[in-house]
Design a protein around this ligand. Sequence first.
Ligand code: SF4
Length: 476
Amino acid sequence: MCGLVGFTGHTDVVYDLILGLTALQHRGQDAAGIITFKEHFRTRKALGLVSDIFQERHLPRLVGNIGIGHVRYTTQGSNNVENAQPFSANYPFGLAMVHNGNVTNFVELRQRLYEQYHILPETSNDLELILYTLASELTQKDLKNLSTDHIFEAVAATQAQVKGAYAVICIIANYGLLAFMDPHGIRPLVLGKQTDANGKTTYAFASETTCFDYLEYETLYDLGPGEAVFIDRDFQVHRRNCHVKQPAFCVFETIYFAREDAIMHRRLVAAERVRMGRMLAKKVREANLQPDIVIDVPSSGYFAASGLAEALGIPYRRGFVKNNHVGRSFISPTQKQRDDVVKKKLNPIRAIVAGKKVAVVDDSIVRGTTSKRIVRLLKNAGAAAVYFISAAPPITNPCVYGIDMAVSTELIAAQRSHEEIAAYIGADALIYQSLADLQALYADLPGCYACFSGKYPVDGSNELIDVVAAERLEQR
Ligand code: SF4
């Protein structure tokens, strides 16, 4: 799950890059980086949060009217500064790149780059493989007369070779800013623009429209499966569907990853979560549950909880106080850190939950350990009964497209029955969203549901899952 931004305008873009990354901080907290271009690439990247890495004294060096930025959430490669993005290559022209996602044919690509082009990637980051594959394809073109068609042909050839989920932004030095998607369009990327009082336009790519609200940019459109957009040095926008397959947008973006105020594929994420919550009322009634109140696990469960309360006709209450100065638990690297985060982050409000039958709504249940802790907190605070409600269906299969759910042994729904999960987390009842209901909400937007259904859109995903599982076993 990483966050990307890229800007091309008429003046320095470093402030927009930093503000854009700040608005995307929820998508990754391990590292952040920026590259701008003016005569040469100017880079700053480090481990940590955007506000810690970029301070006033760093800004004079990061000049240039074109730049890209990244916040990192580690899935592929270790969490060290060598793996922090952006990456750059000095040939051809000078390329600098950021991406969000995960390459699934990592070994095959490494081998091909070495055997065909004698390139040895330096890190374990899969971005390097995309960067060098694109660089290798561009070098096949007439570099003295590089055209937009050449660029799109190189993108199509890259997309044909690189399997997996990826949204990419790339500076081609002295030529322009390029963005492209994997053939299924699994990860999000959106184009926006801002025109100043003199009629000069700055274009921006970002993982979420939240950046554009922050910076007062106009949202133009989401990039589609296999699409590439190139903004040339004259600020002309070129679009092409380069290598397109069956669309499979990650539905988990709407359930959890994206910020509530983001608009993805013309849908407000908050409104989608309310719809998911309303849908859950049917299952609560079928189970003959009669909660007194609905509360949420802050804050990603809020909109689903309010939708459920509205549909059941019972009060929504804030049952937990959240300490906002502690990071998100799901993206903390180890289980111990995740547990500590939950403990420090949430405190139940005893006067609200004591003596009540409480329906507590969370976005999903991944490992079950956080849910168990939530139930215990509520019972210790005097709740008469706790009904645990997941806005997502059971996660029964790993994700190999850039989300930290890569092995089924870590997924409680892959290991235990419904009753066993309820008993493990200590809930008096457990309700999951049904996959059919979730898919019905998105009948007009073909999505990836692989972590719920096991049907992977990208060829070779099952083989990678086996490799990752074997690696994890070895590490134990
Ligand atoms: S497997 Fe699940 S988390 Fe991964 S891309 Fe598909 S829907 Fe998203």
